[in-house]
Design a protein around this ligand. Structure first.
Ligand code: DC
Length: 226
């Protein structure tokens, strides 16, 4: 295959808060277009899990950043490997959700994970989901979407997911947890969760997944960005 300069490889950046459904929507859009997919939240989750395994504190910015520069991560279909160990389920626990949000406040760690995230930009295109895809990692993305839903709707979606997996869950605790994470993700000093000015706002509280996928595809095909 001919190597294309990165800037000509299309990126659809989808940012938004926890449990907004952006992961599901982003994966379906990627499948529809035959594009690659980057779950940048998974990278912060891997960093939190790797730190836990190595006895590194989620508050220790310098050591976390050094660790992140040498992470041995592999994504293979739907599975994630750290040092050749499958950690697909291990990064989805509530503890690691909290850890990912805590390690993500450190600028040095974010910097150490930047190249890794940008390396996912490969032909024919990339759908990237996270918090700062449109603002920091792919500021030149051709399509920028800020996908959100009310905290109550997101908590209910997460609750349903957990119950379907047979896990015990409490709706009030989930809502509280989401609000704590939203606050930390939006108030941190570096790359806070924020709608980029040139991103399209997609409020999905009243939309099905199919409708949200269609809205992203329509926007990506529209001649202008708003
Ligand atoms: O999307 P997620 O819930 O898997 O992300 C887990 C945490 O990682 C989230 O609370 C904040 C952090 N994160 C980030 O800071 N920047 C990103 N681009 C993606 C995730």
């Amino acid at each position: 295959m001919i190597d294309m300069p990165d800037s000509t490889i299309p990126v659809i950046a989808i940012d938004g808060p926890s449990a907004s459904g952006k992961g599901t929507v982003a994966q379906r859009v990627a499948r529809e277009l035959g594009y690659h997919y980057l779950d940048s939240g998974a990278i912060y989750r891997i960093a939190a899990l790797a730190a836990l395994k190595r006895g590194i504190s989620w508050q220790d910015e310098t050591t976390l950043a050094e660790m992140a520069a040498h992470l041995n991560i592999r994504f293979s279909a739907a599975d994630i490997y750290l040092d050749n160990e499958a950690i697909t389920e291990a990064v989805r626990t509530e503890e690691i959700s909290r850890g990912a949000s805590e390690v993500a406040v450190h600028p040095a760690l974010r910097q150490a994970l930047l190249n890794l995230q940008q390396s996912f930009r490969k032909a024919p295109g990339l759908v990237a989901d996270g918090r700062d895809m449109a603002t920091v990692v792919f500021p030149d993305a051709q399509t920028k979407i800020f996908l959100t839903a009310s905290a109550e709707v997101r908590a209910k979606r997460r609750y349903k997911q957990l119950m379907e997996k047979g896990n015990h869950a409490n709706l009030a605790d989930i809502l509280q947890d989401l609000q704590t994470r939203d606050a930390r993700d939006s108030q941190r000093s570096v790359a806070p969760l924020q709608k980029s000015e040139d991103a399209k706002l997609l409020e999905t509280s009243q939309l099905s997944i199919e409708q949200a996928v269609k809205a992203v595809l329509d926007h990506s095909r529209a001649p202008t960005k708003d």
